[in-house]
Design a protein around this ligand. Structure first.
Ligand code: HAM
Length: 427
């Protein structure tokens, strides 16, 4: 017997705050979204990678940066029974690079993933504690054409879903030396105006001045309006890289805006960074995808020097953007046939298995319901046909097929049923 407090806990068990269940038919939209993404990724040579949801927490400390918001406030950490400190992945890139370092596959190594990500955020529309991403990562080349390929993959995906209002911002974080010089100039700018910063950044700006550029509070927005920009600090190779990426995007007709203040929330970026925002969503949660280069990440976690680039797209946000634009409705599919059995259930058992074996979606009722109840369920299922089997049909080796759209009824030989249905459904 469970203890009484366990019983009362059970009564009120719900999905944790900031997480949600995705039930059918909504889940069918997810299925269609992931299938479309997988197809697109495969066309460009990306293979599916699966990695554990749990990783050594140290991985994210090295990769994401101790001063990033994600790590400082949002990571779910736990100690397992063996005393190991593990984390629920807050994002998808570090685990991919960890898998690369562990397995050393030949480069270029191009992978795609679909994964939950966990961040202890303040839940609101479009911001969850467990969200889901589809994404790609490509390791082993710093060719700017790869940046273009990766950005084009995401841009084409939004178009495929029917979204029109998606803006692309492009930036560059430069190389380590550029970044150091820039961060130092920015720190100086902020230090001179320290008293004008918001409370949080007055105390913390020195640790990671880049965060201040991303602060939405009016004091910080005012202070950073005339702050130095990274574009003034890019060395020749980084500036050429950025120019070549822009040239490639132009060649492929991908509209973009250069944003020298683009700050991504994760600290591993070098050179190219980008973010896609949905015009139809509220500005605070309108990023429907983002990514960039992380040419030093492999080394940072103890691997060989290996450049890389990728992006992650938030599935929930993307669907919110689709809802706001009224696109990608992906109506739930209707079954092909509903088997109605008035002989006790054995015929429905056998015939539905047979039809499924022939590749048709076949549903049936259970618990020996009346023919009326079964036909009602068939109607409710939105199946195209009801395949009715009674004692007479068993005797004659036939099936009575009723079109649930037109109400017309006909008799089909049982061994010809699957073929007959396929032909009619095609018509
Ligand atoms: P990120 O910008 O932190 O990047 O997340 C990618 C996308 O996930 C965001 O653009 C947004 O659509 C969605 N997202 C993030 N947090 C939440 C949340 N709390 N609730 C709902 N959706 C959310 C990354 O995670 C990088 N790993 C992307 C990347 C891949 N960079 C290089 N490769």
């Amino acid at each position: 017997m469970p203890a009484s407090h366990e019983v009362s806990a059970r009564k009120s068990l719900r999905a944790p705050i900031g997480t949600r269940d995705v039930l059918w038919p909504e889940s069918e939209r997810w299925e269609a979204l992931v299938a479309a993404f997988a197809r697109r990724a495969r066309l460009a040579g990306y293979g599916l990678l699966l990695t554990p949801v749990l990783e050594d927490a140290g991985l994210f400390r090295c990769a994401v940066g101790d001063e990033s918001e994600v790590l400082r406030k949002e990571m779910y950490e736990l100690t397992d029974r063996g005393g190991r400190t593990l984390a629920l992945r807050p994002e998808g890139t570090a685990p991919v690079v960890r898998a690369f370092v562990q397995h050393r596959p030949p480069v270029p190594w191009k992978v795609w993933y679909v994964t939950p990500a966990f961040r202890y955020e303040r839940p609101q529309a479009g911001r969850y504690r467990q969200h889901h991403q589809v994404g790609v990562e490509a390791l082993g080349s710093d060719d700017p054409d790869l940046d273009v390929e990766v950005i084009a993959l995401a841009a084409g995906f939004y178009v495929e879903l029917g979204l029109v209002g998606v803006d692309l911002s492009l930036g560059s974080m430069g190389c380590s030396a550029d970044r150091r010089a820039y961060v130092s100039a920015l720190r100086e700018h902020l230090a001179e105006r320290r008293e004008m910063l918001c409370d949080e950044h007055r105390e913390r700006f020195e640790l990671n001045p880049l965060r201040v550029l991303d602060c939405k509070r009016s004091q910080c927005v005012a202070v950073t309006a005339d702050a130095p920009t990274i574009s003034d600090f890019l060395d020749e190779p980084c500036a050429t890289h950025l120019a070549r990426v822009r040239e490639g995007l132009d060649a492929l007709g991908i509209a973009h805006r250069l944003d020298s203040r683009l700050v991504r929330g994760l600290d591993y970026y070098t050179r190219t960074t980008f973010e896609f925002s949905a015009v139809a969503l509220d500005a605070a949660q309108n990023a429907v995808g983002g990514g960039g280069r992380y040419d030093k990440l492999s080394e940072a976690i103890g691997g060989p020097p290996t450049p890389g680039i990728g992006f992650g797209i938030g599935i929930e946000r993307l669907l919110l953007a689709c809802d706001a634009e009224g696109c990608f409705n992906a109506a739930p599919s209707a079954p092909d046939v509903f088997v109605v059995d008035t002989t006790g259930g054995a015929a429905a058992r056998d015939l539905s298995a047979e039809l499924r074996g022939a590749g048709l979606t076949a549903l049936r009722a259970y618990d020996d319901r009346s023919i009326r109840a079964q036909l009602k369920l068939a109607d409710r299922s939105r199946a195209s046909y009801a395949a009715i089997v009674g004692p007479r049909e068993i005797e004659d080796q036939t099936v009575t097929v009723r079109s649930l759209r037109e109400g017309k009824q006909t008799t089909v030989r049982r061994e010809e049923l699957a073929e007959w249905l396929r032909r009619e459904l095609l018509d």
